[in-house]
Design a protein around this ligand. Sequence first.
Ligand SMILES: C[S@@+](CC[C@H](N)C(=O)[O-])C[C@H]1O[C@@H](n2cnc3c(N)ncnc32)[C@H](O)[C@@H]1O
Length: 254
Amino acid sequence: MYQIHTADHYLWENLNLDGKLVLEGGTSWGNTTQRIAEKVEEQGWKTRLISVDIDDDHFNQIQELLHGRFEELQLRQADLSRLDFMENNVIDVVICNYTLSSVNQFPLRATKALSEFHRVLKPGGQLVIMEEMPIWSVENRDYPYWSQRLRVIKSISVLKAMAHFNEIHPIDLEQTLGILGFKQVKYQEFKEIIDSEMATRFLDKRKQTLLKGVNDIENENLTKGFVEITEKLVKELELAKEFSAPAYILKAIK
Ligand SMILES: C[S@@+](CC[C@H](N)C(=O)[O-])C[C@H]1O[C@@H](n2cnc3c(N)ncnc32)[C@H](O)[C@@H]1O
């Protein structure tokens, strides 16, 4: 979903994956997996990658797309907060992009995932996290489309009594990583450019969730209102083609 233009330099600074075993947290559609594959090819690195997601929906497609691009590619369905299949001190680099706020749908689960990252990393191993920056309110003038999109997605989740993702502020993440024993934690904020097509696809998925169980809510006006708000936003995003969102990259060492 995410196309990062401004952060690329910071992301790859001091990050050499040659001969390394990398754990990727949150495969999803494989956007980050593909970005890593491109970098590996460009640099001629020999890299082994284990990508973990709780949901294996896109695994076949990604395996086919990235066949032969890594020294070894393993896609594994598992909960990042319980990496039982992995020994201690085996991973050189953990890369976890836009996934912690999803793990954080359930309070404390993101902390458990970070603790697992610490356990499986070798001493001196690197942790790289890219995340969305939390915003205080929908009136955020710097990121109007982003905040409206969050309002729609989260409100629909609440209406359906579903868990929704919770962004973590880098200050809180920095402190938590310190408690877990990570060192040299540093982060940089940046403006992420999001492609409207991907964003509207996600909004449409939420609209379908709302419509599917239309009787759950037992209030036609509420459902109709949210469908209207969602469709209006989709139209605006389509016209805008892309929009910006607040994000950050955080790095730490075990
Ligand atoms: C926004 S997507 C990841 C995006 C992807 N990393 C990228 O850069 O495009 C978040 C992913 O986290 C996964 N996820 C949520 N909770 C998880 C957990 N506890 N363990 C493993 N994966 C989880 C979801 O299934 C989803 O695929």
